[in-house]
Design a protein around this ligand. Structure first.
Ligand code: KIV
Length: 311
């Protein structure tokens, strides 16, 4: 493994603050957010200069192999968030509270959010839905932890929404999304995620919201965009939603690289002399004299000889 301190040659940028996100919205300067789930992913997002890194519970699917975001545990999310924290210097770090870790009561929500701040170093947490999540958001914020809301398609409760599908495609549906968004804003959320909402509905709502709105499948009118790391890099093998834009197709070159390595191992092309450590010849001779005689000289066949029929 190559080692070295975090991007030591990158010019220092001032850390992103909650106030700066508001300023970016006011200046119509789009906010770039991306997910990350580990130390190298965080380093890449940091070096790329994004504004917000989200440790999304999409980790359940992209890195842990579950078939939805529902099963991921608080401990799994804490471990991933702490790894991302170690790789970040500049972007704001937001962590998703996983399904089942905040819905029961304000006390449960505060206790879980505090773990993400204290144990994993998150700057803020994200929770999904309107409804009871509005009170949970208010409680977490009152306890001193910034909250990002998430409306539209909320994958933790996709089953109640009729599956992974766009929300707010009727006037009534879009109004319900808006009421949730505004209630979360009034509860004190510093920002919102709009997921899978028709662009026209988003555009109609945007002038009525004062906090930054980050879209994913919500069109161009939002104050920023978020994409899942594995989707934008083309690493994940699963189904890609309509809104995903692939900026690279890294899965194939990654498979080719590992296959080339395995082939090199099998054909003894790796390691080559440049990968080896040397030792003075005199020391090698000394060592050979000090070692016991090998019981079986190198290359000798020690097992039963293969039967002619099987050979
Ligand atoms: O979990 C996640 O990655 C998310 C983003 C898609 C917003 O919630």
């Amino acid at each position: 493994m190559s080692t070295g301190p975090l991007s030591e040659h990158a010019p220092a940028r001032p850390p992103v603050t909650f106030a700066r996100l508001g300023e970016q919205k006011a200046r119509r300067q789009p906010i770039a957010m991306v997910t990350a789930y580990d130390y190298p992913g965080a380093q890449i997002a940091d070096a790329a200069g994004v504004d917000i890194v989200l440790v999304g519970d999409s980790a359940a699917m992209t890195v842990l192999g579950y078939d939805s975001t529902v099963p991921i545990s608080v401990d799994e999310m804490l471990m991933l968030t702490a790894a991302v924290r170690r790789g970040l210097r500049t972007p704001l770090l937001v962590a998703d509270l996983p399904f089942g870790s905040y819905e029961v009561s304000d006390e449960q929500a505060i206790a879980t959010a505090q773990r993400f701040v204290k144990e994993a170093g998150a700057d803020a947490v994200k929770i999904e839905r309107g409804g009871t999540s509005i009170e949970r958001a208010r409680a977490i914020i009152a306890a001193g932890i910034p909250v990002m809301g998430h409306v539209g398609l909320t994958p933790q409760t996709a089953a109640t929404l009729g599956g992974y599908r766009a929300q707010g495609r009727t006037a009534e549906g879009a109004l319900a999304v808006f009421h949730s968004a505004r209630a979360l804003q009034n509860a004190g959320c510093f920002a919102l995620v709009f997921e899978a909402i028709p662009s026209a509905a988003t555009e109609a709502m945007m002038p009525l919201l004062d906090i930054p709105v980050i879209g994913i499948g919500a069109g161009p009118a939002t104050d920023g965009q978020v994409l899942v790391f594995h989707d934008l890099l083309g690493i994940y093998d699963g189904h890609a939603a309509r809104f995903v834009k692939r900026y690279a197709q890294l899965r194939e070159p990654m498979i080719s690289a590992v296959a080339a390595y395995a082939d090199d191992v099998r054909t003894r092309r790796y390691p080559a002399p440049e990968h080896e450590y040397s030792m003075p010849a005199t020391e090698t001779q000394l060592l050979i004299g000090l070692l016991p005689e090998p019981a079986h000289p190198r290359g000798a066949i020690t097992g039963p000889s293969p039967s002619p029929a099987k050979a």
